[in-house]
Design a binder for this molecule. Structure first.
Ligand code: ADP
Length: 167
């Protein structure tokens, strides 16, 4: 389905925090979709480092040079978010066999719920194959430097977040 802005895809995730792996996927998807919605999932049951609003701000900042990108947040069902945005493609990244196993099952389930939905998988860039938001949080929570894992400026945000928690 094309929305009014052309071929559009939704990249849903937690992005807590967004990493260089996420940014690489967003940039690559923008190479072949007219519109890339980056959707921060509102999950009241999952404790997060950054609030949903903060993650939207961070994603807007790191993707500001990619005109196709629009950052949104959504709660509830992914298929409902796709319908309201007018997209029929979902973007997910694959780092390893674990991602593959989990993501293909989700994509198959989504297809049962809405046969028009296609999940597009992009394999990770080898530089980021090991990289996850949870790993970044783990390193940063121990006081480690996460600059090499994050888009410019975000390491300071992450460090500040942990510092404010300690007070
Ligand atoms: P979720 O909680 O939905 O998995 P994440 O923010 O952890 O949210 O990840 C969102 C998407 O980004 C997932 O499809 C994940 O596989 C992908 N992703 C995360 N890190 C990387 C990376 N380093 N390389 C490629 N894809 C990644």
């Amino acid at each position: 389905m094309a929305n009014k802005k052309g071929r559009a895809i939704l990249f849903p995730g937690s992005f807590d925090p967004p990493t260089l792996g996420h940014l690489d996927l967003i940039r690559r998807a923008a190479g072949f979709f007219d519109k890339v919605y980056v959707g921060v999932l509102i999950n009241p049951y999952k404790k997060s480092l950054f609030s949903v609003e903060e993650r939207v701000i961070l994603l807007n900042r790191i993707a500001k040079d990619i005109p196709q990108v629009e950052v949104v947040s959504f709660g509830g069902l992914l298929i409902d978010a796709c319908r309201s945005l007018g997209v029929s493609h979902i973007l997910r990244g694959l780092r390893d066999a674990g991602d593959f196993e989990a993501e293909v099952k989700v994509a198959q389930g989504l297809k049962v719920l809405d046969p028009a939905l296609e999940t597009v998988f992009l394999g990770t860039d080898a530089r980021y194959a090991f990289l996850s938001s949870s790993m970044v949080r783990e390193v940063a929570s121990g006081g480690g430097d996460v600059t090499a894992f994050l888009p410019d400026g975000l390491a300071a945000e992450v460090a500040a977040k942990y510092a404010s928690r300690e007070q």
